[in-house]
Design a protein around this ligand. Structure first.
Ligand SMILES: Cc1cc2nc3c(=O)[nH]c(=O)nc-3n(C[C@H](O)[C@H](O)[C@H](O)COP(=O)(O)OP(=O)(O)OC[C@H]3O[C@@H](n4cnc5c(N)ncnc54)[C@H](O)[C@@H]3O)c2cc1C
Length: 408
């Protein structure tokens, strides 16, 4: 049986970064990355942005050139799915029953898109946006699409809607809650994005539940719970992910909606780490209980922590969460976590397409959402990391740079 000193499951952002960080930190043992997709590790954010819009080639979104992995003696074992973990024997088993032994195991499997469970959910023309294959399939059908319905007003739904508008498609976006981005942002930001999408021709409908997807073998429409049928040739479902943690939980790892890890990204199983979208962790910027973060920041930073832990460095995960989203000419940059805010301040004028939403809890700045406001984002970061209290009146005064509060 082949043995690897470090065996990584998942060839996405976190898996790739873990291997890169191990080599960067001088690790000279054997490393393998198992990935169930056929591709070399690639960046996922462009999938709902430039790659979907046809503005970036696949080669441009590779995390490293293909030669990197061989040069670094990292075995990339692609189209290989790990189905079973035996933590007592330090063995993993692939879907085609091959066994591999590990010294350390890093679980970096991300998640699978949550699917609709109504009838018609599997018709041709119903898509998710998680992998290159998803987007290639979707793009191959676009020529015959006049109208697309996007289900879900989170970042992926909104970015997909913006990309489809660029391609000249009619887009109707259905959101079950009464505003877009409801789970991640305050109401002012939601309303701003709704207005922007409408101004770009997206028909946004809020508070709409889905009854079923209509069609025989191919989608012809979406029926809402109010009995209305919206005719379309394509449906994009962006309603979140389910963390891919089945094999680890079956092996006895603690967790539920993700695998529970400590501040060194160790799971409850010996020599097994988990990082990225699948890792349920206590975040010092969160409010209560363990959370999962779905962001490049978290995938990369947790991967670095796991690698350092394996290298014997006693480092703890304590990064400030950050995220970005590009829609039309709007670049949103967020820092901190806004959950549990009790006050929102608007700094700047949304009508000028350059402003920040600042979230406070008990007078402390806990997060910022900055739209075309890179300076606020760069300077506001310290208000969050240093847990600063700032007079709300002053925060909203754009003639005072946020930097000046951070420097006090
Ligand atoms: C369309 C889209 C746009 C996004 N935009 C942004 C953005 O603008 N900014 C941002 O910060 N974040 C963004 N994200 C989120 C970001 O891409 C994720 O947080 C990040 O990819 C998580 O990395 P990961 O390695 O944990 O998971 P992934 O990148 O999903 O990688 C996990 C890999 O493991 C594979 N896998 C799963 N189970 C197994 C198994 N049992 N055996 C082998 N392989 C397995 C999966 O197929 C996948 O290839 C976006 C995500 C998507 C999908």
């Amino acid at each position: 049986m082949k043995r690897y000193d470090v065996l990584i499951v998942g060839a996405g952002h976190a898996g790739a970064q873990a291997a890169i960080s191990l080599r960067h930190g001088g690790f000279d043992g054997s490393i393998a990355i198992f990935g169930d997709e056929p591709e070399f590790p690639y960046e996922r954010p462009p999938l709902s942005k430039e790659y979907l819009a046809g503005e970036k080639s696949f080669e441009k979104i590779l995390i490293r050139p293909p030669s990197y992995w061989e040069d670094q003696s990292i075995d990339l074992i692609l189209s290989a799915r790990i189905d079973t973990v035996n933590p007592a024997a330090n063995i993993v088993v692939t879907a085609d029953a091959k066994q591999y032994e590990y010294g350390h195991l890093i679980w970096a499997t991300g998640g699978a898109p949550r699917r609709l469970n109504c009838s018609g959910h599997d018709l041709v023309g119903v898509h998710t946006v998680r992998t290159r294959a998803d987007v290639d399939r979707l793009r191959a059908e676009l020529e015959d699409v006049r109208t697309a319905v996007v289900i879900g007003g989170g970042y992926i739904g909104l970015e997909s809607a913006a990309a489809l508008r660029k391609l000249g498609k009619n887009v109707i976006l259905l959101e079950a809650l009464n505003r877009v981005l409801a789970r991640v942002a305050g109401e002012p930001l939601s309303r701003f994005y709704e207005d922007e999408h409408r101004a770009h021709g997206v028909d946004i409908r809020l508070g709409i539940g889905i009854e079923c997807i209509e069609g025989n073998d191919k989608v012809t429409g979406v029926r809402t719970i109010t009995g209305q049928t919206i005719e379309c040739e394509m449906v994009i479902v962006g309603i979140g992910i389910v963390p891919a943690v089945g094999p680890l939980l079956a092996a006895g790892a603690a967790g539920g909606n993700g695998v529970l890890v400590d501040a060194q990204c160790r799971t409850s199983l010996p020599a097994v780490f988990a990082v990225g979208d699948c890792a349920l962790h206590h975040n010092s910027y969160g409010q209560d209980g363990p959370i999962r973060l779905e962001s490049i920041q978290n995938a990369n930073d947790q991967a670095v922590i796991a690698a350092k832990s394996i290298l014997g460095e006693a480092v703890l995960y304590n990064s400030v969460p950050w995220f970005w989203s590009n829609q039309y000419d709007l670049r949103l940059q967020t820092v901190g976590l806004s959950t549990g805010y009790d006050k929102v301040i608007i700094r700047g004028n949304p009508e000028n397409h350059s402003f920040s939403t600042i979230y406070l809890r008990d007078g402390y700045v806990i997060a910022l959402d900055c739209v075309n406001a890179t300076k606020d984002y760069a300077h506001g970061r310290r208000l969050v990391t240093d847990h600063m209290r700032v007079d709300p009146e002053l925060l909203s005064n754009t003639s005072i740079a946020l930097k000046s509060f951070a420097d006090r």
